[in-house]
Design a protein around this ligand. Sequence first.
Ligand SMILES: *Cc1c(COP(=O)(O)O)cnc(C)c1O
Length: 416
Amino acid sequence: MEQSHQALSSKSEAFIEKENKYGAHNYHPLPVVLEKGEGVYVWDVDGKKYYDFLSAYSAVNQGHCHPKIVAAMVKQAQTLTLTSRAFYNDQLGPYEEFVTKYFGFDKILPMNTGAEAVETALKLCRKWAYEVKGIPENQAQIIVCENNFHGRTTTIISFSNDENARKSFGPFTTGFIKIPYDDIEALENALKSTNNIAGFLVEPIQGEAGVYVPADGYLAKAKALCEQYNALFIADEVQTGIARTGKLLAVHHENVQPDILILGKAISGGVYPVSAVLANDAIMNVIKPGQHGSTFGGNPVAAAVAIAALEVVRDENLSQNAAHLGVVLRTGLNEIASRNPLITLVRGKGLLNAIVINCEEDSDLAWDICMKFSEYGLLAKPTHGNKIRLAPPLVITETQIYECLGIIERALNDFR
Ligand SMILES: *Cc1c(COP(=O)(O)O)cnc(C)c1O
């Protein structure tokens, strides 16, 4: 009988102990200590190689340490790193032109992290509501979805329903109406319920909730309803964007152009914290000097890195690769599920996928399975208890996907 836990090397243990002793305990990592990454692979401190099936929550879509992105960072870091926005710099304008044309918007507001970009989008939406739509001051409401994940700031957790993320962090920010995800009728009822709706904030696929893919047509219908009621459709594509789901943006599967687009994670290929809010002039121009900002937002390194990261996505056809290999992966997972009842459901789009494990949400089984994956050379992490997200870098090849399916099946068979 095999043990589900591999003995840790003393080297790994020492690093883990340091984090435990000197770091806040706000995460519960898998006991693997990594020191190197390249493409779809990472290596631990004992030299063991793994496939990375988390991709830093889809920040590393272009693969670890992509040479073109790293080169852009090194070059810019040796030239000019930060001026603050008190002055102009020679990288920001060209990046702003590049990124707005790339995604089809008039303007960008650059920030650093996903949560900051979500905050920025909420502020922009409210300001538009008061100054353009004409909602009375302080009355604006933004519709959000149950089981959302948009980050960790006080305002964002105000409309989370993850009790762990909220408990003892109040008082909370008001002005949000929560409706069930993937429920068009609920959206229409909320839009009708008051004249004070400023916008609708939605993840095109709910990643943290366990890769919950809404019904076909949901996003297009939601966008149409927002237009009808003059509310802004705000897409949080921090996790789903930048080719992850087989299109540049997940909303493109339904030919939707959001009023406000939120990007983060893979916009830098995981080498630097970069996030962005994109919108057209009629919305973005409500923000005037002094009304919003960030010391590091739009810094020269971020600008150079983001251009390189987006060029890689285009030059290496990562959307097409994610679309094609997503089908290969899900087909293989469904075949495994037909032989092994531990998988009750396979879902996802492109290379953002999850398997649902046949156990209660509070069971340790999904964690133990991830430990077994790790033993066999593949890193993944449970989300919401019994779901395991499978989201490799988009530079993965078909041969590698088949090898990973072999690892997954072998590990699952150990739990029969
Ligand atoms: C990760 C994520 C965020 C938050 O991004 P951070 O960079 O961690 O602040 C926001 N929205 C979605 C959908 C995410 O997946």
